[in-house]
Design a protein around this ligand. Structure first.
Ligand SMILES: [Zn+2]
Length: 380
């Protein structure tokens, strides 16, 4: 987070189109940081952590599994991020590098140097995104009808503003994204169908996610061969559910924390079982007791209720505009497919179904089909 620089701009915009109307508009793109939302979080994963010994380490109860020695808590503000600008280094004067915001503005022929705060023009883009993180795009303007975002080969259209007149979207950077930067194409849609395009490359900063080495019974590492078709069906079912992009936004940030318990295993954790690297942990494990109610992180529509080999009893809720949450290892369901839920409605109950060592909630956040760190978008 501290490496991010947000540069606000304020300026009047005179439209060159009919009657040279003066339109006031505000755009804000803000990065949700990797800062955790939980009371107890691993440190900021700046260096690999060997969390457990290899000799006789056993998974702690209530995770799949958790580090033996949970690192010290690291409290970070989760949301919203305030914009901040790095203080200029003392001594030598150095011309600042152009920010992503400036590149976006200049690509649209705007003057990023024009600053007239009273005009309500505001644009801010994070200079760097981390892999495994989502970032927020927010836009509002008099005369605006929508926002189109081109990101990672997909286009997301935001055509509905909220009561405050804001068009909002979340965009994902996948865990282990290899690209050093990703192109963002942002199109403002004005009334009468006029469009204004902006483009910039957004640098991606590789996060260092912790490594956890565990020695477990071999059956926990390799599933029985006769279960492989079921596991493949589960994956296909999950992919189809979390890849949905529906046009109406039901979410606002931060998302609600579904259970109050502390985080026992972080998103992105590299797990090595018996020296065999397994896929990274694509969720957040929250401590909870068997039978505890699980609240929906936001309003939406239930799109999956199914029992999977690894995930156990699973519920997926679609919150719109490509944002979905998944709740794994439940003992029972309180919803059915197609049902609409409000923020905080009980969707099921804590359990230990699937591949787990004890009751807990595995919470996953998906944005446009991509798993991202739920801790970056969820409230305490
Ligand atoms: Zn988990």
């Amino acid at each position: 987070m501290d490496s991010l620089k947000h540069t606000p701009f304020n300026g009047a915009i005179r439209r060159g189109v009919p009657a040279a109307r003066l339109l006031l508009f505000a755009i804000a793109l803000a990065l949700l940081t990797a800062a955790g939302c939980a009371k107890k979080e691993l440190p900021r994963q700046s260096a690999p952590v060997m969390a457990a010994g290899t000799a006789d380490a056993r998974p702690a109860a209530g995770t799949e599994p958790a580090p033996q020695n949970p690192p010290a808590p690291d409290l970070q503000p989760a949301f919203p991020l305030t914009e901040k600008t790095k203080a200029a280094p003392s001594g030598k004067k150095k011309a600042p590098a152009r920010t992503t915001t400036e590149r976006l503005l200049q690509s649209a022929g705007r003057d990023p140097g024009a600053v007239q705060p009273e005009a309500g023009f505001h644009l801010a883009v994070p200079d760097t995104l981390g892999d495994g993180e989502a970032f927020l795009v927010e836009f509002s303007a008099a005369g605006a009808e929508g926002l189109e975002l081109g990101w990672r080969g997909k286009t997301l259209s935001v055509t509905e503003a909220d009561k405050a007149g804001r068009f909002m979207a979340l965009l994902p950077v996948p865990l282990d994204e290899k690209a050093k930067s990703l192109p963002l194409a942002l199109t403002l849609v004005w009334s009468a169908g006029k469009k204004e395009a902006m483009k910039a490359d957004v640098p991606v900063k590789k996060r260092s996610y912790a490594v956890q080495r565990l020695k477990v019974a071999p059956k926990h590492v390799s599933p029985p061969p006769d279960m492989l078709p079921k596991i493949e069906r589960d994956r296909a079912e999950m992919r189809a559910a979390v890849g949905k992009v529906t046009p109406r936004r039901y979410w606002s940030l931060p998302l609600l924390r579904p259970v109050p318990g502390q985080v026992t295993s972080l998103y992105g954790l590299r797990r090595v079982f018996n020296n065999v690297p397994k896929s990274p942990h694509k969720g957040l494990d929250l401590d909870a007791a068997e039978g505890d109610p699980v609240a929906s992180a936001e309003a939406g529509t239930v799109v999956l209720v199914s029992e999977h080999y690894y995930g156990g009893k699973t519920v997926v809720v679609d919150h719109g505009l490509g944002v979905l949450t998944a709740y794994l290892h439940l003992s029972g369901y309180n919803v059915s497919v197609g049902q609409t839920v409000r923020r905080g409605d009980i969707i099921g109950f804590i359990g230990s179904t699937g591949r787990v060592t004890g009751p807990h909630l595995h919470l996953s956040l998906y944005v446009m089909g991509v798993s991202v760190n739920a801790a970056t978008c969820t409230a305490m």
